[in-house]
Design a protein around this ligand. Structure first.
Ligand code: SF4
Length: 445
């Protein structure tokens, strides 16, 4: 029997990349390759790159650079770069790293086995990043043997049309393409039949799902959510990510109507200042954002809100930053991911004059993060005494004898029990303590 060739995938970046890596692994497995967790034994190495921040891009380049020696010792080794940096750099990546065999964009990953075959017979590198003429996300059923058995991400769309001025996604992932509703439902049904209980619908801007479909075939995001929620076996439903400008009343109504829709909403605000939001091309104002937050809380009073914030965007003044801090106090997010602005070519903001020094950015970030940490702790303590349903994730790393579960509000909750639990099991706890990054609870007997 011939031994199967081994492949290793290193993934950087977001859940979209995780999902693309899963698809690539499945395609290669079908094409008689076998996955390995040991990069040193691999016959093919795929580096799935991310370019959203400079650090992730550097890490991917540094791993690719370190493989130069391996390729020299073993010319038969296939080295492939995929993901956003590959899409963005294309031929430039091959010029900089001639030992790389394949540079493949996110829409070309479905051709991976064929590209591997070509790489084996073609000594010079191959770049495959051109937009296919009419791209349609192919039907896909994930492997039930890979990934968590109780919760999964399901991609519903790719790309983004919004062109926020700091963001490279429309350049690397292209314009919005919605997956066929029947393919999405088939995948969720398949996962549910395989024992998966929690589904997160995934896209760069899920609220605009369906906008690229013809009117007679269009299913909007709210309708998709309602259809997914009816699939037998699904106990929890989440989605990410949303641009606030596209958050409709119809979607908010889903939080009131769909029992399985988890009470957590990640609603990236980016800035509390209208002039900065305008320069970011976010297409909403501070006022319209706050109005949506208030409305959302009317539909679902227990909803936990999280956000993303950028500090030090070109032109951000002390007064603009103060408005972001005020917005933080007004919304009192349960958590926030915050970053210093950095320019990412070819995003439009690279043309803007940088007016905030690195020191000032660091100062603003530290002020914001310190205050948000306090608010998060206050928010976490507000849960004390309340009862929650958790999906058990496994034994807790916090202490022996403790278990960890995730609440609908997306909090990690640790609880003590001598009982044994299976990951994915649903249990009820009463919250006894709010900590900085988690909650503590007591099992309801
Ligand atoms: S909506 Fe999100 S993905 Fe789209 S351009 Fe803006 S930040 Fe990027």
């Amino acid at each position: 029997m011939t031994q199967k060739k081994l492949f290793y995938i290193e993934t950087f970046g977001c859940q979209m990349n995780d999902r693309d890596s899963e698809i690539m692994a499945q395609l290669l497995t079908k094409a008689s390759y076998q996955s390995t967790k040991d990069i040193d034994t691999a016959d093919a190495i795929i580096v799935n790159t991310c370019s959203i921040r400079g650090k992730a891009e550097q890490k991917a380049y540094s791993l690719l650079g370190a493989l130069r020696r391996r390729k020299k010792d073993n010319p038969a080794l296939i080295i492939a770069a995929t993901g956003c940096v590959a899409q963005q750099e294309g031929q430039k990546m091959l010029t900089r790293m001639p030992h790389v065999d394949l540079v493949i964009g996110p829409k070309q990953i479905y051709q991976l086995p064929e590209l591997f075959e070509r790489a084996l017979s073609q000594p010079q590198g191959i770049v495959s990043i051109d937009k296919p003429k009419s791209f349609h996300i192919p039907p896909y059923l994930p492997s039930l043997n890979q990934g968590l058995p109780y919760k999964r991400f399901v991609t519903i769309m790719q790309g983004c049309n919004n062109f926020c001025t700091y963001c490279i996604v429309p350049y690397t992932r292209g314009r919005e393409i919605s997956r066929d509703v029947k393919d999405i439902l088939a995948e969720v049904r398949y996962l549910a039949q395989g024992g998966v209980k929690e589904i997160t619908l995934l896209g760069q801007n899920v609220n605009s799902y369906g906008n690229d479909q013809t009117i007679d075939q269009r299913t909007n995001f709210s309708s998709l959510l309602r259809q997914v929620a009816q699939i037998k076996g699904i106990k929890r439903l989440r989605f990410t990510t949303s641009n606030p400008k596209d958050l409709s009343d119809e979607l908010m109504q889903c939080f009131a109507d769909i029992e399985f829709l988890c009470p957590h909403f990640h609603l990236p605000v980016q800035s509390g200042s209208n002039s900065v939001l305008k320069k970011m091309n976010r297409k909403y104002t501070r006022e319209s954002y706050l109005e949506k937050v208030d409305k959302l809380r009317l539909y679902r009073p227990d909803i936990a809100l999280t956000t993303d914030i950028i500090v030090g965007f070109p032109g951000e003044t002390d007064a603009d930053f103060a408005e972001t801090m005020e917005l933080l106090e007004r919304v009192r997010y349960h958590g926030a991911f915050s970053f210093k602005y950095s320019s990412r070519p070819p995003a439009k903001s690279c043309e803007f004059e940088e007016t905030v020094s690195e020191d000032e950015k660091a100062k603003r970030l530290s002020i914001l993060q310190k205050r948000q940490q306090e608010i998060t702790l206050e928010r976490n303590n507000e849960y004390v005494g309340s009862e929650m349903e958790l999906m058990v994730e496994g034994e807790s790393r916090a202490a022996d004898g403790q278990w960890a579960g995730r609440s609908g509000s997306n909090h990690t909750v640790n609880f003590m029990s001598l009982e044994k639990f299976v990951p994915g099991q649903l249990v009820r706890v009463v919250i006894t303590e709010g900590c900085q990054n988690s909650l503590r609870g007591k099992l309801v007997e």
